[in-house]
Design a protein around this ligand. Structure first.
Ligand SMILES: [Zn+2]
Ligand SMILES: [Zn+2]
Length: 280
């Protein structure tokens, strides 16, 4: 018997995210999957060009879950939330995708995550059509849609759903005419249905979720036996002082509170390059 056999999961989505989420949830959990696409999730805030912290990303996903429970009276709800921006430390683009699941009957929340540089997230400001076309090629247009505005990131009107070269050229001319500087702001469309790369990352986050769901408590058999605490301080291989690397994972069961430890998940000592003493 699979983890959600004979139970129903509801997803609130209007951007086709079910394409990535539904097949995996159905085959890996045995659930009955329902997509609720009547609610406009964009009212919860659309993408900005700033990366959001994972915490606020989780909060937004929780908001969606609440709405889903009210709207569809769902017992198990699932929500997806992504963020895009520069990596917090390196000059590369960064995408974080969270798939949050809440089981009302068990009052249990669990999430899957993807973090990585696989994204076409980008923009350009130009008045030159050839440069615009080059940018489009670089970001994987037309499979990946574009969004255009006159002048800058606050220009109006915003022209969306650009998925052919004809629409692109027409929108470019229109925005150029409306722009005092003659510049056009072109950006990648990060909505799931408009961005196959993002869809792939949502799929990876969903796979992470089902992997966690299908980890059962060795004592009571409840689903989602996952790491609840990480203990740092793995000793340095050279001087023996504690480093920032993980020493222990602690798994715990939501149902019966059973705990298990995984000692040294990444080796017994830390390389001196992670040691504050040897490599300050
Ligand atoms: Zn248990
Ligand atoms: Zn050391």
């Amino acid at each position: 018997m699979k983890v959600f056999e004979n139970r129903t999961i509801v997803l609130l989505s209007k951007h086709g995210k079910e394409k990535a989420i539904q097949p995996i949830m159905e085959s890996e959990t045995g659930c009955n999957f329902i997509v609720e696409n009547q609610f406009d999730t964009d009212t919860l805030g659309t993408f900005t060009r700033e990366i959001t912290r994972e915490k606020s990303q989780l909060e937004t996903a929780r908001e969606k879950i609440k709405i889903c429970m009210d709207w569809a009276n769902s017992e198990i709800s699932i929500a997806s939330e992504g963020s895009f921006g520069p990596h917090p430390m390196f000059p590369i683009p960064w995408n974080v995708e969270i798939i949050l699941l809440y089981d009302k009957r068990e009052n249990y929340e669990i999430f899957g995550i993807y973090k990585g540089p696989e994204t076409n997230f980008d923009h350009i400001i130009t008045c030159d059509w050839d440069e615009a076309v080059k940018f489009a090629q670089k970001v994987g247009f037309p499979e990946h849609f574009l969004i255009l505005r006159p002048s800058n990131d606050r220009g109006k009107p915003v022209i969306k759903d650009i998925d052919t070269i004809e629409k692109f050229e027409k929108a470019f001319k229109k925005c150029k005419t409306r722009s005092l500087t003659r510049n056009v702001f072109i950006e990648t469309d990060m909505r799931a249905h408009a961005n196959p790369t993002r869809m792939k990352n949502i799929e990876l986050a969903t796979k992470d979720l089902v992997k966690k769901l299908n980890n059962f408590c060795p004592k009571c058999g409840f689903y989602g036996f996952v790491v609840s605490d990480v203990l740092k301080g793995l000793p340095c291989g050279l001087c023996g002082l504690p480093s920032d690397l993980t020493k222990k994972y602690i798994y715990s069961c939501h149902k019966c509170s059973h705990k298990e430890e995984e000692v040294h998940p990444h080796g017994e000592v830390a390389s001196p390059q992670y040691c504050h003493n040897c490599n300050p």
